[in-house]
Design a protein around this ligand. Structure first.
Ligand SMILES: [Zn+2]
Length: 258
């Protein structure tokens, strides 16, 4: 599968230049087409995608593929990064991609969080707060940063006495918020904790719950890695109805654009 669009800026005016490379006419970026990340061959990526999609651990994937555990862990990081760039079409233009999902090209490492709240090691920091966008069954989510996070917490405190309801400023365009094992639904002027356990066909509610369980603080997930796990949750949810082979092809396509 030849990639004839620029992986950096998506421009499709691309020239062949020396040593089998391509060059983008617009941003001048050069890359080798068809090369996959981490010097893993397409066959190796295919081999590890299945157990990854089946949620097997890095150790098990390493045992199954015969690829060293460290390389598997790096591969899983790359996978989560490309997942974090895969914005659903229905939410394009509405949400922003976390810069940390796209800056790994040069260093091949996931940069640490620059969020002051993420650096808290005293145990007094509040649990992570996830802002969620929702449209037509597809979701996007991001870790809420300060000062928005503090604003949300103060609203919660104010509203605690009055049925968990409080006014929100108009410029907040989240559909919902997941925080501390709870899901909150956002409307134009209100934020309401949603405990509706019977709404099985409510995608937004289901995602909010899935997120709070999967990324619960008690699971000991490293805070600076949370954006990666978040990207994985979002991607898995958005592709929940796709058969595994379709998911594999989609991920391979994303890897080709890494
Ligand atoms: Zn370009």
């Amino acid at each position: 599968m030849a990639l004839r669009t620029c992986p950096r800026c998506s421009n499709d005016r691309v020239y062949d230049v020396r040593r089998g490379k391509c060059r983008c006419a617009r941003c001048k970026y050069e890359w080798i087409p068809n090369r996959l990340p981490l010097h893993l061959k397409e066959q190796e990526w295919r081999h590890l995608l299945r157990p990854f999609l089946e949620e097997k651990s890095g150790k098990v994937i390493s045992d199954e593929t015969g690829i060293h555990r460290q390389r598997i862990l790096r591969a899983l990081t790359v996978l989560r990064m490309v997942m974090g760039r895969d914005v659903p079409q229905v939410l394009e233009g509405k949400v922003k991609v976390d810069a940390r999902y796209s800056t790994g090209k040069a260093s091949r490492r996931f940069p640490a969080s620059t969020d002051p709240a993420g650096k808290h090691r005293t145990g007094t920091a509040h649990p992570p707060i996830y802002g969620i966008w929702y449209s037509q069954g597809k979701v996007w989510a991001s870790l809420m940063r300060e000062p928005e996070a503090n604003h949300f917490l103060s609203l919660l405190q104010e509203g605690a006495a009055s049925d968990d309801r409080a006014a929100v400023d108009a410029d907040s365009d989240y559909s919902g918020i997941a925080y501390n094992g709870r899901f909150y639904r956002m409307n134009n002027t209100t934020i309401t904790e949603d405990r509706n356990a019977y709404a099985t066909d409510d995608g937004l509610y289901n995602f909010g719950n899935y997120l709070t369980k999967r990324l619960a603080p008690r699971r000991g997930l490293r805070r600076d890695r949370l954006p990666l796990y978040l990207a994985e949750c979002v991607w898995r949810f958005n592709h929940r109805d796709a058969p595994v082979p379709r998911q594999e092809e989609k991920l391979l396509d994303l890897l080709h654009r890494y």
